[in-house]
Design a protein around this ligand. Sequence first.
Ligand code: PGA
Length: 251
Amino acid sequence: MLIIGNWKVYVDSRTKAKALYATAKRLAAKGGVTLGVAPAFPYLALLAPTRPLKRAPHLVAQDVSITDTQAETGEVPARALKDLGVSHVIVGHSERRARGESDVIIAEKVRRVLAQGITPVLCVGETARDEDAQYLSQVRMQIHTIYGAIEVKQRSAMVLAYEPVWAIGTGKTITPSDLAEMILYIRKVLAELLPDDGAQRVVILYGGSVDASSVRVLADDTGIGGFLVGRASADSASFTALVNAASKLHA
Ligand code: PGA
């Protein structure tokens, strides 16, 4: 199971970043789950290990520039992330989409990330649930537009994060049966885009107000491969409780 802590803007001091990373390192060393931390850009450099560490948490970036060649003030190119040892990049988070990022832009970012040999963590998810199940078409469209723009042989190198927007930072979590149904649906859509049994092998994370107690119910028989955690990852105690809860599931 892969658990990525998306620190967003919650971690805004060196001291806090180092302390949280030390917690993640301790938890990662225990094994059982694979961990990643996604700090704000400046702290990636601060946390990057100077020598390879066995079972260290993956360094994850929260976003990336759409270009590495054109003049783009304030952006961070994929190559710089690679240079720092970043292994995953979150792309298409709903908080970026809310600032106008389209599926076309997201697909381009995914391409940049893949070109550097970094794993994109592509976020998809409906804004709201409706009785006519229109939300399914929204998710299908996101997946089709983005995967469709990526070379077939690179499509299996991506992690997918299903994050319903209505559940992010709201304290509302999806029910295990709704999640299980969604994962099945997503794999069905992926089967249209990946050859052979590729769709079955895609790691699908869930994100949206996940904490230690929801991890237990949501990981049980829903087919997910891990979690993308916001708020609960920015505090040592809540992240430890969450990771311990997830590790027990595999004990
Ligand atoms: P949350 O954020 O856990 O605070 O809801 C999840 C995310 O945005 O990835």
